[in-house]
Design a protein around this ligand. Structure first.
Ligand code: AMP
Length: 504
């Protein structure tokens, strides 16, 4: 592969953003009738940009490098032409010897990709199989004793099978690395290299990644042969469709504020991100106690529990799903309307991934972040990354309880922000802004002062207040931060002035 990336087949060069240049139809893409019939049944009428550009490229048999985030329709973008190519060239199947291998980082994504293969391939005589760890391996042995044309797998379990000689990768004609950046983040690079060494040299390669680090470029250089390149979303830019806002609130009041928001807005399907597994459990418990159907998913939960929670969330019997970043990676829900960051991630790119769970495939979505004074540094890192400010919005009618949910803040120790020694993580200032019992403050403190700072994004910041606007609360700058115990006993500070943070 040559660098910088050169586009083919009408794709845009890397570094540019693309919206679909021409309104093409699925029937224009060269897909066979059984595939078009299956697509029509899903209700899709217009291919997304990655599909419009990627499907013809893959049908031609070339390699592909695609910068596409989840939510762009990339799964159908590679699944449909793969199905087409495999059915075009039928072979006598050999048991346990797939012709296409799709590697993905997480179990959830594996299950969803394989479900897509089944959906789009329902009128095609090809067999797919999903393979991941954390579940009983026996059904996988059984499936591998039969025909498998398309194998969707996470790298670890795949290599277990390779070691046991229960799968044969010598027949792989097409190799897909989906969410390659995530796979590298999760430390799969050695496993990926092992897998690449096991598949035939002559094959078609498709690589999908939301971001292009040097590591990804290196991987692409080694893997791809004169690829067509497509970029359908700007790097690290959250989709324009997601309305973003921030509620400034001490950690200790977050659980109560979240319950308040869910009720106030009657949110029926909300995905909440916590930084830790423990935090996810505690929050789900608290919401349940408040009568709000909620469950947590994270790596310590059994696969059965994760699958069950996800299924209930998808069919709307579970109102709130609380997830850690890793567990949420494969979550793909059409028209998920609401994401909440219960805590901000310390890696700004994770914010982009999180909010990308809503606003998918053209639907609208909203992402709300609950931000404690201690997290202001993280917030600024995120705003710097996305090159825009996020509107601070005060919450109507939230009166923090005398005894907030959880007597002590439950957030675990956070790692220090990268590149800012001591920044963002040390000041537990509760601020002294808003008094409890005073609902509906005007808020909307601008995220940055001075020229050249990001402009607020998302909803109109000011919230109508029946009592009329009040000036922003006095800054807590310079006031000594109360020690933890004191601050817990002082439920009066519901929301704080963002100026209270050390990082201002
Ligand atoms: P993906 O980026 O593959 O995770 O897909 C995101 C979502 O978009 C999935 O829920 C798909 O069902 C949906 N989707 C894929 N292609 C289309 C399309 N052409 N029109 C509408 N929705 C689509």
């Amino acid at each position: 592969m040559s660098s910088p990336v050169v586009s083919q087949g009408g794709a845009m060069p890397a570094g540019t953003s693309t919206s679909s240049p021409v309104a093409v139809k699925f029937t224009d893409l060269g897909l066979s009738e059984p595939l078009l019939r299956a697509v029509a049944e899903t209700g899709y009428t217009i291919p997304t940009p990655i599909q419009a550009q990627g499907i013809p490229l893959v049908l031609k048999g070339g390699d592909l490098l695609a910068a596409a985030q989840t939510g762009t329709g990339k799964t159908a973008g590679f699944t449909l032409p793969i199905l087409h190519r495999l059915m075009e060239k039928p072979l006598t199947p050999k048991n346990g010897r797939p012709r296409c291998l799709i590697l993905v980082p997480t179990r959830e994504l594996a299950a969803q990709v394989e479900e897509s293969v089944r959906t789009y391939g329902k009128y095609v005589n090809l067999k797919s199989m999903v393979m991941f760890g954390g579940v009983n391996i026996n059904p996988q042995y059984a499936a591998l004793r039969g025909r498998v044309d398309i194998l969707v797998a996470t790298p670890g379990r795949l290599l277990d099978h390779v070691g046991q000689k229960t799968v044969d990768l010598s027949g792989v004609e097409i190799l897909v690395l989906d969410e390659a950046d995530r796979m590298l983040d999760m430390g799969f690079i050695r496993d990926i290299k092992k897998v690449i060494a096991l598949v035939p040299k002559q094959r078609q390669n498709l690589l999908f990644s939301a971001t292009f680090s040097d590591e990804i470029k290196l991987l692409a250089n080694g893997l791809l042969n004169n690829p067509g390149c497509i970029e359908v979303a700007r790097r690290n830019t959250p989709t324009e469709l997601v309305q973003q806002s921030v509620h400034l609130v001490p950690q200790i009041h977050k659980k109560d504020l979240l319950a308040h928001l869910i009720r106030q807005h009657n949110w029926q399907q909300v995905l909440v991100f916590t930084r830790t597994k423990h935090g996810a459990n505690k929050l789900a418990e608290k919401l349940l106690k408040d009568g709000i159907p909620a469950a947590a998913i994270h790596g310590n939960k059994s696969q059965a529990a994760r699958t069950r929670a996800l299924a209930q969330f998808k069919d709307s019997t579970l109102q709130v799903l609380v997830a850690t970043d890793i567990a949420a990676r494969g979550i793909d829900i059409d028209q998920l309307p609401q994401v909440v960051n219960f805590e901000l991630p310390n890696v700004p790119e994770d914010y982009v991934h999180r909010i990308g769970r809503t606003g998918r495939a053209g639907s609208e979505g909203a992402a709300v972040s609950l931000v404690d004074a201690e997290e202001m540094g993280y917030l600024k890192d995120i705003e710097r990354l996305i090159k825009r400010g996020i509107a601070r919005v005060e919450v109507e009618g939230f009166v923090p309880p005398e005894r907030p949910a959880g007597h002590l803040p439950e957030r675990d120790e956070r790692p220090q922000r990268q590149g800012r020694p001591g920044g963002g993580g040390q000041n537990r200032g509760q601020g002294r802004g808003q008094q409890s019992g005073r609902p509906g403050k005007p808020a909307a403190t601008p995220p940055r002062s001075g020229s050249g700072g990001p402009k607020p994004a998302g909803p109109k910041p000011a919230v109508a207040n029946p009592r009329g606007p009040r000036p922003a609360p006095a800054s807590a700058t310079g006031s000594p931060t109360p020690n933890r115990r004191e601050s817990h006993n002082r439920p009066t500070a519901a929301l704080f002035s963002p100026k209270g943070g050390k990082d201002r």
